[in-house]
Design a protein around this ligand. Sequence first.
Ligand code: RAM
Length: 815
Amino acid sequence: MYKKTSLFAGLISLMALFTSCVHNGPEFSVTRLRCEFLQDPLGIDITQPRLSWEITAPGRGVMQTAYQVMVASSKENLEKGDYDLWNSGKIISDSSVNVKYAGSPLTSRMRCYWKVNVWLNDRKDSLVSEKAHWSMGLLNVSDWSAKWTGLDSAFSWEDPHAVHTRLSARYFRKDFSAEKKIKKAVVYISGLGIYQLYLDGEKIGKEELSPDPTQYNDRVFYNTFDVTKNISEGKNTIGVILGNGRFFTMRWGPKGIPPIMNFGYPKMLVQLEITHEDGSVQKIVSDSTWKVTAHGPVIANNEYDGEDYNATLEMPGWSKPGFDDSHWLQAQSVSAPCDTVEAQMDPLITVMDSLKPKSVTKMPDGKYLVDMGQNMVGWARIRIGDGKKGDTVTMRFAERLNPDSVLYTANLRSAEATDHYIMKSGKQVWEPHFTYHGFRYVEVSGYPGELTPSDIQGRVVYDNLPTTGHFETSDSVVNQVYHNAYWGIRSNYRGMPTDCPQRDERMGWLGDRAVGSYGESFIFDNNTLYAKWLQDIQDAQLSDGSVPDVAPTYWKVYSDNMTWPGAYVIIANMLYHQFDNLKPIEQHYASMKLWLSYMKDKYMKDGILNKDTYGDWCMPPENPELIHSTDSTRITAGAYLGTVTYYRMLQLMEHFANLLHKPADKSAFEMLGDSVKTAFNKKYLNDTTGAYSNNTATADVLALAYDLVPDSLRSKTFQQIVNTTMDKFHGHISTGLVGAQQLMRTLTRFGRPDLAFRLDTNTTYPSWGYMAKEGATTIWELWNGNTADPAMNSGNHVMLLGDLVVWMYEDLGGI
Ligand code: RAM
């Protein structure tokens, strides 16, 4: 083992989070109380939620020795020590995460107030935590009196079968009157594809693009909001706007574009429950008594092509009482998308950051070119000082520029990435809510007057996952690469991890985020998001066991390979390893087992799994224009990747079987593993040179990383990796996304951290530093992203990070 910290000791100038905790001498405290990993969640539908808390203490070596959880049905009860839901009593345990609620049964709508007492090894008295609460959602189908409501037809101006389908947003409203004094009001809403909720003219919540996308024909999410403050005694109005999101298809798919699954016209399920002071409950629910129109200002929307907004069609007061909706249509009761309506248990998408442009330049043709200085995801918010009613401001978005400073849009493929804003007169500020773009540059045309940097803002939009890790060193290349990784990752959270945010794709490709998710977990609290994605994957699994390459399957890709679906198993392991979250393993174990036996029965012969689709995807090609290499000496064989990954899956399943106390399964996985290992080494290992297969770095790295190499040959195999890297690739990376997932840690663990460090700090092709030197502010899809064919060339993919971020935190940072 090499000494990981000493080599880099001088390099790390600041690990902000960790050093400040130790040196600033914090007080003892118990904070960040979480229920199912969320702080103060509303409307959860898990009847045995898991509770966690964080202890802060001055000094080191402080341990929890015991805890006591107290849960009450009201704030008052908690205050006065009446723990009517649960008092765990003093439990001798160091557990401070995932303590399962074990009190009285939890029922729909219940509010639970809680705190925890903690005993520590170096203090006599217990510490009392801050107080927190969670609330239960609607646990039973019978709790819903709302009906799925929508309008199952197109409006006269809409072409629902156009290749680029962009419906007008649908506006729904319902007047109601709250007769008595209000104690509490809660709304449960699922608005598909995406919704904005209004009460009495005010938007509820700061969320955007919600709910999270799911396998809508299996499961849809609802969100819960406490709206007590938004409702007053007397007349009120509830309004909902529905956009396409991922529900109504964006593409039907001729001309080589795969069709995107279509789940039908937008629809919603809304239930507002008002509890009065006297205890009576009034429910306002979606049904055919609501009114609907599509004659509102959002005249067209979808995520690829953009939003068109006509401010002259605004309907002042549409979500307030007294609005004349007599010309609106009657909404319809429509079919449910599926049987399962479930609380969304990961944070909703939000505007997480705003960027001021680095520059705004007036071009010779009168258009403005805005440079945000950073490739980002979201949209632009624009301020207009003196609008001319009926004139249009057009914003086009792109990641790069052509040499003549015009937007480079070839890599967006068919995504139009354009917002049109038709002005009203006078001062106005606008931003869309029913689309998003991946961009650094915005071309603005039709803007009245001079556009200045303070008139336009980049709104950075993604899942509300707190940034929990900060990393900075004294090396500017390492810092820039980390910066690019950070921006790439936050760019690709859209209620699911996406491959890219800009072109006509934006899909949850499994392979891209296997080990990547682990690196991301050092930076973002991504536990709940990935747990949600595993559910998407399980929902998409076919009954024979086949796991798709994309989940949810908006693109239906079931190509049966090991490396992409393998993310299913790898991510469950990551959630346990990083967050002590065993539930995904429990929940998915049977599905994973089914998938592995399906693959084995269908494709394994004599211990070799000869089935693969993508190879070591996007390894650096020999020619700068190529997307994929055609040089057979650089390509790792599919059967090799299939088998080595199958073996890795068996290792993980053996570990899971052990965790779940399934000894028979554990030995079955172990036995199969042994036979795969024997067959694999027999077929691929050159026992003179230690090289595997055709001796690509990927082949050798994976065999070493997964412990397939006989002890006596390990140093030889490792030397092969060093030789390939140094001699054939002149000290550069030579892997695609599969090999990259183990490369940095393998180089380091087998004795060459200096070489890993070199790969991290290279600025010549191919390297992450090369991307940065060529102006990238995120990570490219291709090592040669600046020269390759635009057909598959996104400037904001994170798959090539491999295990780089893991290495930065674990090896460079020594954590
Ligand atoms: C591309 C995607 C993705 C990759 C697949 C195989 O289209 O962008 O990154 O996983 O192909």
